[in-house]
Design a protein around this ligand. Structure first.
Ligand code: HPA
Length: 296
């Protein structure tokens, strides 16, 4: 496979080139998913919500990218969530694994071709806004996409109009209706003090951010920072999938010199993810129930 895409060359993520992957998957499951869920670090426990699951490892789908990140199983899970046909990505792909963004987001297009119209994208993040706390769920209401500002986008390269137009707006990417449903769900579950809303930014990782970088993000209005999520949301929006994105605050970022020893670490991220799994599972399940009832 190409490591980059150039206009005029065969596009590896055109509809035509992805259809064999879709056909391969459809031979292995009868589930016709309407909703996709991307599980972030430590959030793979969401897969346990799926009834009668069919597991398909990424490595068993010819041409599908394979994830290597800790806490990411690397498989699709098909089944019913509260009676609603879903596909989960138990484990996502990251730029820091050396995977180009078009490949990181390839599964979103595959899920689109499998029939999803809505996606829930989750990840683990560090909190920058000091009103956030570890364990909070931050609904993404907008993003500060440093990748795109630096010239990298999963949609860079040839554009297959079968998915969406060359140029498109992101003003309504994080749709208000789904965010309202999520907030209402938070209240019903007694999680209203932990369900917040904010602006997500992204770095390439794999290192956590320097204090100077965090200060820049804070000044620019970002509430939290992660190493994923935004590319998948962009590609989903481009091809007309409704997006709900939320981030679990797994650590607070210290933006003050003198606090250098309060360092974030991967173990803490996974541990907080696991500790919050039950609440997150209930949260997602209740949201899916509402989406299903509204026939969105
Ligand atoms: N920074 C970037 N990504 C993260 C963090 C962080 O502090 N925590 C979890 N993912």
């Amino acid at each position: 496979m190409h490591s980059y895409r150039v206009s005029g060359q065969d596009d590896p993520v055109s509809k035509e080139n992805l259809m064999p992957m879709v056909a391969h998957i459809q031979q292995l499951t009868d589930v016709k998913p309407l909703l996709g869920i991307i599980c972030g670090s430590g959030l793979g426990g969401l897969a346990e919500l799926v009834d009668n699951p069919t597991f398909i490892s990424y490595k068993d789908i010819p041409g599908f990218p394979v994830s290597t990140a800790p806490g990411h199983k690397g498989r699709l899970v098909f089944g019913l969530l509260d009676g609603y046909p879903v596909v989960l990505m138990q484990g996502r792909l990251h730029s820091y694994e050396g995977i180009p963004l078009w490949q990181v987001t390839l599964p979103v297009r595959v899920m689109k071709l499998l029939g999803i119209n809505t996606i829930i994208v989750t990840n683990a993040v560090g909190g920058i806004n000091q009103s956030l706390q570890v364990g909070d769920i931050m609904l993404v209401r907008d993003h500060l996409n440093l990748f795109a500002l630096g010239g990298d986008s999963p949609l860079r390269g040839p554009n297959d109009e079968a998915f969406g137009p060359r140029f498109f707006s992101v003003n309504t990417l994080y749709g208000e209706k789904l965010r309202e449903i999520a907030k209402e769900t938070g209240k019903e579950l007694g999680l209203q003090h932990r369900v917040k809303e904010g602006i997500l930014t992204i770095t390439g990782g794999p290192n956590f951010e320097s204090i100077a970088e965090l200060r820049l993000f804070k000044m620019a209005g970002a509430d939290a920072v992660g190493m994923s999520n935004i590319p998948e949301c962009l590609v989903a929006h481009h091809c007309g999938i409704q997006v709900l994105s939320f981030s679990l605050i797994t650590n607070m970022c210290s933006v003050d010199y003198g606090c250098e020893l309060q360092e974030p670490n991967a173990e803490e991220v996974l541990e907080v993810g696991e500790r919050c799994t039950e609440d997150l599972c209930n949260f997602v399940k209740s949201i899916v129930k509402k989406i299903q009832n509204l026939n969105m």
